[in-house]
Design a binder for this molecule. Structure first.
Ligand code: SF4
Ligand code: SF4
Length: 400
């Protein structure tokens, strides 16, 4: 059987098996951000989306209008993982989110998916190695003027994989520069990759399995050519993908999100700050760091090292955290929502008196910033990445 047909059979099996084991208890409705932000129809729930693709497969309902309705439903999912966690703890433990994503791959194969606005980012990844259509030769411009090793020509112990959004998004380039500052402060032996390309996560979430497989192969070869043993990521999406989805490099590298690495390294050192940062700060857990990988403590520990800040928690945190609405390819498409998830999240931060919403994901940063602007709250609350907040205090280390 050709590889593509075998993939499709696997996706079909995941859906049919998951749907047959779902007992329609509806517990997962309560945690799904889509159910919260959309119109609250039963089809806009985890098990509703699952059963929609299940019956489409059983009854071969992919004709034009039916196919589009199904697509508009399945691509609402932000792939936040809340339903899968809830089902595991309270019900039959079916991988709902995986089945919804398998459905997208089938829709993509049938040329029904992704959503019209998502076609361009996919084409851009294919042509330019990033979803924004930016020139590959400009990918390292964020680091101009910094003394950073370029791999694989130069050698280092650690590869800092910067990712597409931090590399190209003008508001986020300083995140890359702040990270370099912090890594240099602890004397880490690191470098960036010449010829870095997208990790493939957005392509996979939008259903393009072929493109994901191609990028996985290309990245694996590039990473191996550097000789590094550790890869640090800025985005939780790259972190999750390299760690859990790159079968081609299982066990070959230690993959860490930058918050994990810095927390571990800074705990061992005597840290001092020139300035206090006297603000009330809350932390928004990115789904791909928290709910997918249970990294809840490192970002908070890092924040608590900054003198002056007062930490407050929003009412939905850690495993119960509310998605910002940017995952699963939704960064690239407007979907119909009664209230935007990013705006609900910003309101939750304001409710607990936060001056700053900190996060550790470039997409959460962008979504929440949009939420603040839409709500006209730019004078009331700021969105900042943890690395940026850390650098505000002008830190230095003074020995072990
Ligand atoms: S919690 Fe699990 S078993 Fe219950 S409806 Fe949701 S997916 Fe199905
Ligand atoms: S992964 Fe998140 S958004 Fe998608 S169906 Fe499950 S709970 Fe809803």
């Amino acid at each position: 059987m050709p590889a593509e047909d075998s993939f499709l059979e696997d996706f079909k099996r995941v859906i049919l098996d998951t749907a047959s084991r779902c007992r329609n208890c509806n517990y997962c409705f309560t945690v799904c951000p889509v159910f919260k932000s959309a119109r609250g129809f039963e089809s806009q729930t985890p098990s509703g989306m699952l059963q929609s693709i299940n019956y489409a497969l059983r009854w071969n309902m992919f004709e034009r209008e039916q196919g589009e309705t199904l697509r508009n439903l399945l691509y609402l999912c932000t792939t936040c993982n809340s339903c899968t966690l809830l089902c595991k703890s309270k019900s039959t433990g079916v991988p709902v989110s995986d089945a919804i994503q398998a459905g997208r791959k089938i829709l993509r194969e049938r040329m029904i998916g992704p959503l019209p606005q998502q076609r361009k980012p996919i084409k851009n990844i294919l042509l330019y190695g990033n979803p924004y259509g930016e020139k590959p030769e400009n990918r390292l411009d964020w680091s101009l003027g910094l003394e950073v090793k370029h791999l694989p020509q130069e050698k280092a112990a650690i590869l800092l994989y910067i990712g597409c959004t931090t590399a190209y998004e003008p508001n986020l380039r300083k995140l890359g520069r702040n990270l370099v500052k912090l890594l240099q402060m602890i004397n880490a032996d690191f470098g960036v990759l010449d010829g870095e390309v997208c990790c493939g996560e957005p392509a996979r979430r939008m259903g393009d399995e072929g493109l994901f497989q191609e990028l996985m192969g290309r990245n694996t070869d590039q990473f191996k050519s550097t000789g590094v043993k550790t890869i640090l990521t800025v985005s939780p999406h790259c972190f999750h993908t390299f760690n859990n989805e790159y079968e081609t490099m299982k066990g070959e590298f230690e993959i860490q999100h930058y918050t994990q690495f810095l927390t571990k390294m800074l705990k061992k050192r005597k840290l001092s700050f020139k300035k206090k940062y006297s603000q009330v700060v809350t932390y928004h857990d990115p789904c791909y760091l928290g709910k997918h990988n249970q990294v809840y403590d490192s970002p908070r520990e890092l924040l608590e090292m900054i003198p002056g800040i007062k930490m407050v928690e929003m009412r939905m945190t850690k495993a119960d955290s509310l998605c910002c609405g940017g995952g699963g390819g939704r960064m690239f498409a407007e979907v119909e929502e009664e209230e935007k998830l990013s705006e609900i999240r910003v309101r939750q931060a304001v409710e607990v008196g936060a001056d700053v919403i900190s996060t550790a994901c470039p997409w959460c940063h962008t979504m929440l910033q949009n939420g603040v602007e839409q709500l006209q709250l730019t004078d009331r609350v700021k969105v900042m990445d943890i690395a940026e907040l850390f650098c505000e205090g002008d830190p230095s280390i003074s020995g072990i």
